[in-house]
Design a protein around this ligand. Structure first.
Ligand SMILES: Cc1cc2nc3c(=O)[nH]c(=O)nc-3n(C[C@H](O)[C@H](O)[C@H](O)COP(=O)(O)OP(=O)(O)OC[C@H]3O[C@@H](n4cnc5c(N)ncnc54)[C@H](O)[C@@H]3O)c2cc1C
Length: 399
């Protein structure tokens, strides 16, 4: 019997597996989908500044803790596997299109400064000097001011996943792909076994037994958690992204306007995202949305005659009602743990989630109080980080 079985091979499942294997445990990961079909692969890889400050919320504390760990993990992963996840403190610009946008950014600036983050106001000419590719948008009045968050970082999600995958393998983790958990058999308050089948729907099944289990199945976790006596909602929230190939890179920082953004890659590619859509489990792109994203890029950068649309994709973020992920033990099942519902911040919060959950699974005291993350909590609606708040912001932006 193995020590730990992780259900889910996205960023959360692989990070936990890596951490547990690094502590000497035998670990198996079950992943239904190919890596590139996960939310983790689809993500943009933006890490906003993550200061640790006195009045930090539970989410802020988890992000700050994870942010510090990412810097160490990036180096370790590069040394272990040779894969560079391109974590870089490139800085982020947040742009205003009009007076209303300026008022919002001024509020955001006050909030960032109160948290202790570096946050500078840029006038149009300052912005044009910092990012010459935005000069035309400034001169033509499409952009009227900006905030510069110098501590914003970017990471390249497919590379990060690849490095984690390789690191897991090197640490002895057995990763089974195309393995769908169909049943979780619970007996006397413990998971006794998992019934798995081929993800292609074939009827062949197998069973797996482990000492401890962790449910990290992204947007599909809510459904599986019911077997553990847990009622958690991990609502799928679709995000679409377009990837452009440019002859050479035109911006150096992440550029954010409301919920949309441009993320420059070191090799000249430019990622244009994204949407916040309540479309169930339909993980598809729609032509009108991809066109809208391309129009957004052109509004900022002007015509891009030499750009080619290389790829577009969609991913399903695992939303939680209060915007706080579920991290901890399942109350009615003594050998079951959950790490799910990271919504828009799963990449960023993955390292902290992995270390904290591995602490719980190995009987150590976690460095953060995990009470706000308890899977058995009653989530309170109304948080600005919640799925509902983001859906409302997205609806307002498109009105
Ligand atoms: C467009 C977009 C942009 C984003 N941008 C950012 C960003 O800039 N920064 C950031 O921090 N986060 C971002 N996110 C959010 C981030 O991607 C998610 O929070 C994170 O990837 C969730 O990881 P996960 O491992 O929980 O889920 P997933 O990556 O979806 O992985 C779930 C895993 O569970 C498996 N699974 C599901 N059901 C079963 C089953 N029955 N049996 C076995 N396996 C199963 C799947 O196959 C998969 O391997 C973005 C997301 C999207 C979609």
């Amino acid at each position: 019997m193995i020590d730990c079985c992780i259900i889910g091979g996205g960023i959360i499942g692989l990070s936990i597996a890596r951490e547990l294997a690094g502590r000497g445990l035998s670990v198996r990961v079950l992943a239904r989908d190919a890596s590139r079909d996960t939310a983790s692969w689809a993500a943009a890889g933006i890490f906003p500044p993550a200061p640790d400050f006195a009045a930090a919320s539970a989410n802020d504390r988890l992000t700050a803790y994870s942010d510090r760990l990412h810097r160490t993990w990036a180096e370790e992963l590069r040394d272990e596997t040779g894969v560079d996840n391109e974590l870089e403190q490139c800085g982020g610009l947040h742009l205003a299109r009009d007076e209303r946008g300026i008022a919002r950014l001024r509020e955001a600036q006050a909030a960032w400064l109160a948290k202790g983050a570096r946050c500078d106001w840029l006038t149009g000419p300052d912005l044009a000097a910092e990012e010459p590719a935005l000069r035309a948008a400034v001169v033509e009045g499409r952009i009227v001011g900006a905030l510069l968050l110098s501590d914003e970082m970017r990471i390249r999600p497919p590379r990060h996943l690849e490095s984690l995958y390789q690191s897991c393998r090197m640490r002895g983790v057995e990763i089974t792909s195309a393995a769908e958990v169909r049943e979780i058999n619970v007996h006397n308050g413990r998971i006794e076994r998992l019934v798995i089948g081929q993800a292609d729907g074939s009827t062949t099944t197998d069973t797996i037994q482990a000492d401890r289990y962790c449910l990290a199945a992204g947007a599909w976790s809510g459904h599986l958690a019911a077997s553990l006596g847990l009622h958690i909602e991990t609502r799928p929230i679709r995000g679409q992204i377009a990837l452009l190939r440019l002859p050479e890179q035109v911006i150096s920082r992440v550029v954010n306007v409301g919920l949309e953004y441009l993320v420059p890659r070191a090799d000249g590619r430019l990622l244009v995202g994204s949407t916040i859509e309540d479309a169930g489990f339909e993980k598809i792109t729609t032509p009108q949305t991809i066109e809208r994203l391309l129009a957004f890029a052109q509004q900022l950068l002007g015509p891009l005659p030499d750009a080619t649309l290389e790829q577009s994709w969609a991913g399903l973020r695992p939303g939680s009602v209060d915007g706080v992920p579920f991290i901890g033990a399942a109350p009615a099942c003594s050998n079951a743990f959950v790490a799910a519902g990271h919504f828009r911040a799963g990449l960023h919060q993955s390292t902290g989630t992995a270390v904290l959950l591995a602490d719980l699974m190995t009987g150590r005291t976690p460095a953060l109080d995990l009470t706000p993350f308890l899977p058995g909590r009653q989530p309170e609606a109304g948080s600005p980080d919640s799925v509902q708040a983001y859906l409302a912001r997205a609806a307002e932006a498109s009105a």
